[in-house]
Design a binder for this molecule. Structure first.
Ligand code: SF4
Length: 391
């Protein structure tokens, strides 16, 4: 297939595909699916070998958010029966992180619900980072605390944070459909602040919220333009009690096409398989390892993932290996990219970043996906509970 050969060549050269090429990946048929996975898999192996980086989420503060992100079980007015608790103490968070690190995670992601942190919250998280790093030298810590105010990224960096996560989630054109309390540009600003402070930027998307193929390509191109070091690809978990509870639109095949497209557009970036993988990819999860080089281990913020041991077995059975702490995740040319300008280290950005002006092809109608509410389990263990975590 000419398209796939072209995309592999571009991926190996870190050259940006055109929007039409990215859209064409999403429009491939199920008959072509394994060819798409094999092609994107070549790009993945070129830059990351067969390594899989494990990341572990610690939800520092759960629920009760004043923002109205419609996909989120912690949003204003959410009726989802999730765990709700205020800030974990630094030693509690360090204990929770320790379970993930013992399970093989090399990055701990410290997440708190809310619009953004107060300076007191930043201080609290700084002490938590110090507690984790004091016990686990060499572990990477990523903070995810919402919209940052001036000086907060620098304080987190000074406290030892390696990275900051803030997802764009969807295209700029549809952002207003999923959230009214902040906008797309607020999110871009926070990622830029993190990069300017020398934090490695992590920013990704959520697929399955009713967006079009064009929206998906737009958000992945917007991410590439910002040049984060890691791009988590989430698949919507349609929580009962949230506005998107009925949005079951993803099939395992579509998830794989989305991941392949993300890999072609961001060939040398850590593409991370994030929330929703178990419920949407289901038995096809191992195929996704050919596309991504990073996953979350164990549970998510408010829902349960598959058993940590099952993750490790899946990686081994599929012929991949867990990336050790002595290995640097990113290819050599990208190392330190976060402290350089936003365009350093991600290949050429000059082509096809803007609208091409061509008449868009009508988008194919996706096959209906089955609602698998039976697979959504609200988290009842780990951080904020008395039960042991899943790692
Ligand atoms: S995504 Fe973050 S900001 Fe939005 S509702 Fe959820 S916790 Fe709040």
């Amino acid at each position: 297939m000419d398209l796939l050969n072209t995309l592999v060549d571009k991926g190996l050269r870190r050259e940006l595909p055109t929007r039409e090429e990215a859209l064409a990946v999403l429009a491939t048929s199920d008959d072509e699916l394994l060819d798409v996975v094999a092609a994107a898999g070549k790009v993945r192996r070129h830059w990351f070998g067969r390594r899989v980086k494990l990341n572990y989420l610690v939800n520092l503060k759960s629920g009760l958010c004043p923002e109205d992100c419609s996909y989120c079980s912690q949003r204003l007015g959410s009726k989802a029966e999730i765990l709700k608790y205020t800030w974990l103490k630094p030693d509690e968070a360090a204990d929770a992180a320790g379970a993930g690190i013992a399970g093989g995670a090399k990055r701990v992601c410290l997440v708190a619900s809310g619009r953004g942190p107060t300076d007191r919250d930043v201080e609290r998280v700084s002490r938590t980072i110090e507690a984790i790093k004091g016990e686990h030298e060499g572990v990477e810590v990523c903070a995810c605390l919402g919209l940052l105010s001036e000086g907060q990224a620098e304080r987190l960096r000074a406290a030892g944070a390696d990275a900051y996560n803030h997802n764009l989630n969807t295209s700029e054109a549809t952002y207003g459909d999923i959230c009214t309390t902040h906008d797309f540009s607020d999110r871009v600003d926070t990622v830029r602040q993190a990069q300017a402070a020398g934090l490695s930027a992590c920013s990704g998307l959520i697929a399955g919220m009713g967006e079009s193929d064009t929206d998906l390509v737009d958000v992945v191109f917007a991410l590439r333009e910002m040049d984060p070091d890691s791009v988590p690809v989430n698949f919507l978990i349609p929580f009962e009690g949230t506005p998107l509870a009925e949005k079951w639109s993803l099939t395992p095949q579509r998830c794989l096409r989305i991941l392949a497209m993300a890999r072609f557009v961001c060939p040398d970036v850590e593409v991370r398989l994030a929330g929703g993988r178990e419920i949407h990819l289901r038995t096809l999860q191992p195929l996704a390892l050919h596309l991504v080089n990073s996953i979350f281990l164990g549970d998510y913020l408010t829902s349960e993932g598959q058993a940590g041991q099952a993750d490790l077995e899946m990686i081994a059975d599929a012929g991949f290996e867990v990336e050790g702490s002595e290995t640097t995740t990113l290819p050599e040319h990208r190392r330190g990219a976060s402290v350089c300008g936003p365009h350093d280290g991600c290949g050429p950005h000059e082509s096809a970043c803007g609208p091409c002006g061509a008449e868009p092809e009508p988008e194919p109608v996706a096959a209906p996906a089955a609602a698998r509410t039976d697979l959504v389990a609200v988290r009842r263990r780990g951080a904020g509970t008395d039960l042991p975590p899943n790692a």
